[in-house]
Design a protein around this ligand. Structure first.
Ligand code: SAM
Length: 632
């Protein structure tokens, strides 16, 4: 059979368990058997006393937890199809908007975005009893999605909200969150960070869940965000003014950034004595803890005695003397106390605090105003976050100007809005990846009446409008200052575009390993498989599927070449060559091989059952050092 001459291209998403096994193998190669399986007894021996053999242990458990692992393990056979007409600057932009169920999408992104994201922000459904919780079905998750979005029968399937009366209320939510967080963690860089908005309904469960997924030692803070300022009137219960932002680092490589100081933060610093070191404020000289060895009197220049504070001073006698000598510690004019100077110019920004006040980062009311400004006074989305909150979290994560930010419960795209604004403010090139389910808008909602059928349409439209706003402001400023030429020369222009992709069935039929083992069923599956490319699939959709499943980012530059009268796509400056021609020739194969790419992919049907051509192709590729040559 010809198929064995060239290896087939794998069409499923990355096997996440395989990745975990590889990590284990790197640490304990000795516990792997010849056939690549894990010898648990050996692992136990290797770990010695560190194995907890007891049955009762601390941890979070819920109904369905074991199914989560199957959900994670099940590879996705879906793809992401480009939607050029809904995008802005499709060919050049590095921003992404992906419409689909985020579980499938996260699986599809594993290969291309593994360890590439600096910051993740998510604002998932809080499980208040009124929000719908996506019903994962590990065996046929894609089908659930296709039914939900009406891609199966054109109707669309409603998903009911998770009710408080439901016997598995919390379990359902945890089952939804666990696999997503697990997969999201893989996408974070080692110095990356994730922020998760949540309220009281699931905060305690989420904290425990994150401790399990990210490691308790990686919890940086449980931030409190003051979302509203006005009391809600007397009702016999608390007027709730906050919810939480849980914050976990991927590893200790992450560094929490200090924040910028403003005039407001500097207002207590002055230079009343013309100190050459500049403005200062006085700092505490007392020790917070009882330190008997630091309890000693101080003699002033005129011989007076200053008694020590009850716990003692902060420094030893010698250190204090040297500070007096350097002028960092001075005596009050009446010589009854010492004053420690904290100089403004020695401060490296401002240490972040765990409470995010509404006046500093915005409230839900401000979030509503922001979205109304964008949508001409209408509010098509009920629960947006303020862009100020996202900008603050970006500052905490120490985003550099080229970093990638992911939000996979992106709603009205507040995160994209904030990132576009930040780039506009400092000329940065941060890139966003938004993921959002096309959750239908309620027929009675303002959004539906305004023509938005689902939330993804609102999210995309918000980004388009923010982009237009920035473009209009730029044109006005440039016209005013007559700076057009200068700007074009000196600055690379801001990336004011985004590529839209949609979750869909693969463009290829993927061999179903679960096919019933009867002669008829296998024959039927084989017949179906013969023409295994969806006849409706567009060339560009196939191209992006191969790109994604080869582990290239969706924004990788693609060049269209003509080699020996055939079209060949050159990916990432020729690292990968893809030829989707249905009639391959010796010449085009030779031309591709001569360019010595590291990988080449062709259609299997392109060889038209010509075994001789296939064998020659394999030889040509080998001779030119092509590492991977696959057909699909
Ligand atoms: C609280 S909202 C996020 C709001 C957002 N932070 C903003 O400022 O607009 C949560 C969003 O997650 C979306 N969502 C829920 N389940 C999802 C899933 N499985 N995949 C993708 N998005 C989902 C919902 O449609 C909803 O729009």
């Amino acid at each position: 059979m010809t198929d064995s001459i060239i290896e087939s291209f794998p069409l499923t998403s990355m096997d996440v368990t395989d990745l975990q096994q590889q990590k284990l193998k790197a640490l304990f190669p000795e516990v792997f058997t010849e056939s690549g399986k894990i010898d648990f007894d050996k692992l136990r021996l290797t770990l010695g006393e560190n194995v907890d053999a007891g049955k009762e242990r601390f941890g979070l458990n819920w109904a369905g937890k074991s199914v989560c692992f199957q959900t994670i393990k099940q590879s996705s056979v879906a793809t992401l199809v480009p939607a050029r007409d809904e995008s802005v600057d499709f060919d050049t932009t590095e921003n992404l908007y992906i419409e689909g169920d985020n579980l499938e999408v996260l699986k599809l992104l594993q290969k291309s975005y593994l360890g590439k994201v600096k910051m993740i922000y998510i604002d998932p459904p809080y499980n208040t009893g009124n929000d719908f919780i996506y019903p994962d079905n590990y065996a046929e998750n894609l089908n659930t999605y296709l039914e939900y979005t009406g891609q199966v029968d054109g109707e669309g399937r409603a998903i009911s909200t998770n009710k408080d009366t439901d016997g598995r209320f919390h379990s359902k939510w945890l089952n939804m969150m666990y696999p997503r967080l697990f997969l999201a963690k893989n996408l974070l860089r080692e110095d990356g960070v994730i922020f998760i908005s949540i309220d009281d309904s699931e905060q305690s469960n989420l904290k425990r869940l994150c401790d399990e997924v990210f490691g308790e030692e990686n919890c940086i803070a449980n931030l409190i965000w003051q979302h509203s300022l006005q009391p809600k009137g007397y009702s016999g219960t608390f007027s709730v003014h906050h919810n939480f932002v849980l914050c976990y680092q991927k590893s200790s490589d992450f560094e929490l950034a200090n924040l910028e100081r403003t005039d407001e933060h500097n207002k207590n610093y002055s230079n009343s004595d013309n100190d050459p070191n500049g403005a200062w404020r006085s700092g505490d000289v007392r020790n917070a803890l009882y330190r008997p060895n630091l309890i000693y009197p101080i003699q002033t220049p005129s011989g007076k005695i200053i008694e020590p504070p009850a716990n003692g001073w902060r420094w030893s006698k010698e250190t204090l003397q040297s500070k007096i000598q350097s002028g960092e510690i001075i005596f009050s004019t009446d010589e009854t106390r010492i004053i420690r100077k904290i100089y403004l110019n020695t401060l490296d920004g401002r240490t972040p605090e765990t409470i995010l006040f509404g006046k500093d980062v915005g409230t839900t009311r401000e979030a509503a105003s922001e979205i109304k400004i964008i949508f001409d006074g209408k509010q098509p989305f009920d629960t947006p976050k303020p862009t100020g909150l996202l900008k603050h979290l970006s500052a905490l994560s120490g985003l550099s100007r080229n970093d990638t930010i992911l939000d996979f419960f992106s709603g009205s795209s507040t995160t994209a809005h904030a990132i576009l604004d930040l780039n506009k403010e400092d000329g940065g090139n941060r890139k966003f990846i938004m993921v959002q389910l096309p959750e239908p808008c309620d027929k009675e909602s303002e959004a539906f009446k305004a023509g938005y059928k689902n939330i993804a349409e609102i999210g995309k439209e918000r980004i388009r409008r923010v982009i237009n706003k920035i473009k209009t402001a730029q044109t006005e400023t440039e016209a005013k200052a007559d700076l057009v030429d200068k700007l074009n020369e000196s600055n690379s222009p801001q990336d004011l575009g985004f590529k839209v992709f949609k979750l869909q069935k693969s463009n290829f039929k993927v061999w179903d390993a679960n096919v019933e083992k009867t002669a008829e069923a296998i024959q039927f599956a084989l017949d179906e498989f013969v023409d295994h490319i969806n006849p409706q699939a567009e060339q560009e959709a196939i191209l992006f599927e191969l790109l994604l499943k080869s582990g290239f980012e969706l924004t990788t530059p693609i060049e269209k070449l003509t080699l020996s009268d055939k079209t060949v796509f050159s990916i990432a400056d020729g690292a990968l060559l893809i030829c989707l021609e249905k009639a391959l020739t010796h010449d085009v194969i030779s031309e591709m091989a001569k360019r010595s790419p590291s990988r080449v992919i062709c259609l299997d049907e392109g060889f038209q059952n010509n075994d001789q051509l296939k064998t020659n192709a394999v030889l040509m590729m080998k001779n030119h050092g092509v590492e991977v040559f696959r057909t699909v």
